[in-house]
Design a binder for this molecule. Structure first.
Ligand code: NOJ
Length: 553
């Protein structure tokens, strides 16, 4: 007999509780041996992804790009980067993924384009005062000869957020704004052409079957047109370029566009905002559907911090009727096996705690516990490629092989994000571990550690207790639990505040022990899954850094 929960699960749109796997195309699988991943490589491994048990795939940008910021510098949204394949490959990939029951989310980057985008080329060629320049933020410099930037804004990647241009006649010209790298000029969203073009790009991908979009740097496209100086020690409010009220108009239009499709397409925001009320504004019923929960990602492996962020997440989302998300890693942050193996396991340190002492065995144990905890919470869940293999941050990439503009623009002070972007190990005992074919003419674009021989998908396949087996088991169980597909959630009373215990619908219970001491198990429950493969429920106790899923009568 169908229960109320079954019905709720059937009626709920997919994105409300989906498990979404992030594919970082450069590092997923290289079919043609050039050392860079590509779409054919992904197509060959779609059965692996379907078998993992995820619901959807989010692709970091696959568009034509000079790759100054690994594809987040888009030169043409309607073409695939030749390193990755062709538009026909993308169309085939979408069709094949759909046939396997996987939804597709593409990445849209509204804040900026590549400096090789035809719009920017034209703006440079036309010179000051041209209409083409109004698509960007060109301004004369300050100082007697315009030799100083128009204001004091700093790039997120380090250094000034302005670069001076050269006029078509060779004289020093205006400056243009780039909140990220100089190769990523910011767009002027007050210009209707910018709005129309992005809506056309959304339609282009929705018409090709994309089920949703991930919106890059979603708080940043709107700017204060006065471009005032910005004192970072005492930031003015409203902020001149983060989370301005007029940014919401963009997403309201996009929502209407997405809703005009059948089924409606999903809008997923990259919204890094500490203020939960401002965050929730992006999830109002006529804006985005969901947004990444970076507060959860940033949180240390600490019971009080996690309890606080879970409560704050649930209440901020409830205030607008939105479904939460739970995120442990992505292509911008230190992999969580490494974070959780450190004395301070939070993320958000300016310099990423590079090479601080790390206990990878502890981090791995906690990563398993963290997966069961996060998967049991109400809402959607994100998996970053390779976490199902238990990969850790690669910290010993030689400086001359590092590619991230953050590394280069900070003069290496901030080591950047290459360590979480190292190509995946699929099979074999030596690099490239099946990432590239045996006949490859180039090494993987970032070097893989020799120790990954034990982490390959092949080595873990079917092995009881491997991270891969654990992910497959957990995802299959989650999918079969209708109680996990509702927003039903209640904390359970515990004696030790370092134990996080909660119940969902249908008697489902999650117990995570973050205390250094064993925690008593409820007597009347039976075990569904434990994060520790050696866990024995007969002991009546849950070891430290372990999570279990239980069912109560
Ligand atoms: C956020 C993306 O996740 C990151 O990788 C990129 O560098 C910036 N936005 C700029 O697009």
């Amino acid at each position: 007999m169908a229960t109320a929960n079954d019905t709720a699960a059937q009626q709920s749109p997919w994105w409300r509780d989906a498990v979404i796997y992030q594919v970082y195309p450069r590092s997923f699988a290289d079919s043609d041996g050039d050392g860079v991943g590509d779409l054919t490589g992904v197509r060959e491994r779609l059965p692996y992804l379907a078998g993992l048990g995820v619901d959807a795939l989010w692709f970091s940008p696959w568009y034509a790009s000079p790759q100054a910021d690994a594809g987040y510098d888009v030169a043409d949204y309607r073409r695939i980067d030749p390193a990755f394949g062709t538009l026909a490959d993308a169309e085939a990939l979408i069709a094949e993924a759909h046939a396997l029951g996987l939804k597709i989310v593409v990445d849209i980057v509204p804040n900026h384009v590549s400096d090789r985008h035809p719009w920017f080329r034209e703006a440079l060629a036309c010179g000051p005062g041209a209409e083409a320049r109004d698509l960007f933020w060109f301004r004369p410099g300050r100082g007697p000869a315009g030799e100083l930037p128009p204001n004091d804004w700093q790039s997120v990647f380090g250094g000034p957020a302005w670069t001076r241009t050269t006029n078509p006649d060779g004289t020093p010209g205006e400056w243009y704004l780039h909140l990220f790298a100089p190769e990523q000029p910011d767009l002027n969203w007050n210009n209707t052409k910018v709005r129309e073009e992005h809506e056309s790009v959304l339609r282009f991908w929705f018409d090709r079957g994309a089920d949703g979009v991930r919106i890059d740097s979603a708080t940043m496209p709107a700017k204060d047109p006065a471009l005032p100086d910005f004192d970072s020690a005492a930031p003015p409010l409203p902020h001149p370029y983060i989370d301005r009220d007029d940014v919401h108009g963009i997403y309201r239009s996009w929502r209407a566009l997405a809703e005009a499709y059948s089924p409606p397409r999903a809008l997923i925001g990259e919204v890094w905002l500490a203020d939960p009320v401002r965050f929730a504004h992006y999830l109002r019923p006529d804006e985005m559907h969901t947004a990444f929960n970076f507060d959860y990602l940033n949180s240390p492996w600490d019971p009080a911090a996690l309890r606080t962020v879970i409560d704050a997440t649930l209440s901020s989302h409830a205030s607008v009727g939105a479904s939460p998300t739970w995120v442990l890693s992505n292509h911008d942050v230190t992999r969580h096996v490494t974070r959780y193996g450190r004395a301070d396991s939070s993320f958000g340190h300016a310099l990423r705690q590079h090479r601080t002492p790390t206990d990878l065995a502890l981090g791995t144990r906690r990563a398993r516990a963290a997966l069961l905890l996060a998967l049991a919470l109400p809402g959607g869940h994100y998996i970053y490629q390779g976490e199902e293999l238990g990969l850790w941050e690669v910290e010993d990439i030689p400086d001359d092989l590092r590619q991230d503009p953050i590394f280069h623009r900070t003069g290496g002070t901030d080591v950047g994000r290459d360590g979480c972007r190292v190509p995946l190990p699929w099979s074999g005992d030596l690099p490239p571990f099946g990432f590239s074919p045996d006949t490859a003419q180039a090494a993987p674009w970032l070097p893989q550690p020799a120790q990954w021989a034990s982490c390959t998908a092949e080595a873990q396949d079917g092995r009881p207790g491997s991270m891969l087996t654990f992910y497959r088991t957990a995802l299959a169980l989650r999918r079969g639990e209708p109680g996990l597909r509702t927003l039903d959630f209640r904390w359970l009373p515990v004696d030790d505040p370092a134990v996080l215990a909660f119940t969902r619908a249908d008697g489902f219970v999650c117990l995570a022990n973050l205390s250094p001491a064993p925690a008593p198990l409820p007597r009347d429950a039976h075990l569904l899954l434990a994060s520790d493969v050696d866990f024995d429920p007969a002991t009546g106790h849950l070891p430290p850094d372990t999570t279990v899923w239980l069912r109560r009568p």
